[in-house]
Ligand binder design. Structure first.
Ligand code: B1M
Length: 210
């Protein structure tokens, strides 16, 4: 079995004690960090999600898998975000109100930072007012990035987008993403851009900020 396949199984099964060593081994063996992330971890989380949907596993198992992935990502971070500078300006990012999912948001944050932005990460379950507050405190912000993972928190994303656009601060672009978010939805809430994944979000941010 390849090292990436072992990482996949380790994340899926939530064997958090093993993951750091396995990722280090894969890196030492020359595996591509992005492949470890995409093929070993993100795909494993998709399987975890499918199993949850079929009631084959429950929230605790999903949580343990998420913890395992987070530990693995920590090992990958220096390889994914190498050479970060802040010359492209500020990016405020957060997961919208009511939503606790942060793995995807953290990856977007990491990629945007390594693309050259200074990232102000507001965390998860971020109320619209908190985004507005951060924007007013940082009126030179170039990008505001919203993440949502639940269909039930899409209205919170819409609410945040409306509040952010009405904050009276100019010169920034709003980008959105997350599993249930589509281009159409992004357009419908007045976002300036949508990306389906973290690398795409970083490219989008760079394009919109230039
Ligand atoms: Co949750 N969960 N979860 N969960 N969870 C999903 C999202 C779900 C699809 C599982 C399923 O049923 N198949 C489902 C949502 C269904 C729906 O709304 N349609 C679901 C549910 C139902 C729930 C609860 C309601 C379960 C419950 O309590 N009964 C609950 C809600 C809690 C809350 O938020 N209020 C819940 C809780 C949890 C845990 C806490 C246990 C845990 C999260 C831990 C954490 O994040 N710290 C968890 C997990 C781990 C998942 C799954 C299995 C994995 C999510 C993940 O991290 N994926 C997920 C199933 C799935 O996604 N297939 C699921 C890996 C990550 C890298 O991908 O986050 O999609 P993702 O990010 C991607 C892209 O979406 C994109 O880029 C990222 C990287 O490429 N992206 C952006 C994300 N944000 C972006 C922003 C951008 C651009 C791109 O621009 C700004």
């Amino acid at each position: 079995m390849s090292k990436i396949a072992v990482i996949f199984e380790t994340v899926e099964k939530g064997k958090s004690k093993l993951i750091e060593g396995l990722v280090q081994e894969a890196l030492a063996a020359g595996d591509d960090p992005l492949e470890i992330l995409n093929e070993g971890m993100i795909k494993a989380m998709a399987v975890v999600g499918d199993k949850f949907q079929k009631s084959e596993i429950f929230v605790p198992e999903m949580l343990i898998a998420a913890r395992t992935m987070k530990k693995g990502v920590e090992v990958l971070k220096p390889k994914l975000g190498a050479g970060a500078t802040s010359q492209l300006g500020k990016c405020i990012i957060g997961t919208v109100h009511g939503d606790l999912h942060d793995i995807g948001k953290n990856l977007v944050s990491l990629m945007i930072e390594s693309a050259g932005f200074e990232v102000i990460d507001l965390g998860v379950d971020v109320a619209s007012e908190k985004f507005v507050e951060a924007l007013k405190e940082n009126p030179d912000t170039k990008i505001v990035a919203l993440s949502a993972l639940l269909t039930t928190t899409m209205p919170a994303m819409r609410e945040a987008a409306t509040a952010i656009k009405a904050a009276g601060v100019m010169g920034f672009k709003l980008i959105v993403g997350g599993a249930p978010i589509t281009e159409e939805f992004a357009n419908s809430i007045g976002a300036d851009g949508f990306s389906a994944d973290a690398a795409g979000a970083a490219n989008l941010a760079k394009r919109l900020a230039s």
